[in-house]
Design a protein around this ligand. Sequence first.
Ligand code: MG
Ligand code: ZN
Length: 216
Amino acid sequence: MSKQIPVIEEILSANDLIALENRKLLDAHGVLAVNIMASPGAGKTSVILRAIESLRGRLRIGVIEGDVAGRVDADKVAQTGTPVVQINTGGGCHLDAPQVQSALRQLPLSEIDLLFIENVGNLICPTGFALGDHLKLMVASVPEGHDKPLKYPGMFTVVDALLLNKIDLMPYLDFDLDAFRTAVRALNAEAPLFEVSCKTGAGIEDWVEWLIRQCS
Ligand code: MG
Ligand code: ZN
């Protein structure tokens, strides 16, 4: 058993080294990278599409789409004319730095100001793998329930900003917004919480203004 521990540490540090290379490459091109994490179906791709729409003419966007399989989300992004690379993890439940490195090689980095890295839908292990991103953002959503911060504290703790998506569904569901806000604040006193609806566009502009401030 004891022999296995150093092997795991080597794998993790190899990932961290490549994440550092990714960060250097992004910095050399003046690209701010945002790692977007959420459970499946919370609306990661929808918030990216809303940002692309809102930031048109203000910031140049690029996207890396991480999914277990398929290129449904990358096709949606490509339809907007935004440079996008799809990573298929083939069963892997998170993105890692080597995957992002190969995606960065396929993007026109000198033509990108803000890069969204959409992680695989998963609330647990994406936080354990450095990618080289500058900011971590979590998308929670109303149908998931207000108790998610209590059940998955790790991700809520490490992120730099939070979006609560699908607030248009609030009248139809027993979502306790005050309880959600209190639970988030107990874990993360600093990260701004943007309450948004990709369906109606509510709250999107506040989040987009925050993104612009991070880039400047
Ligand atoms: Mg998606
Ligand atoms: Zn994983």
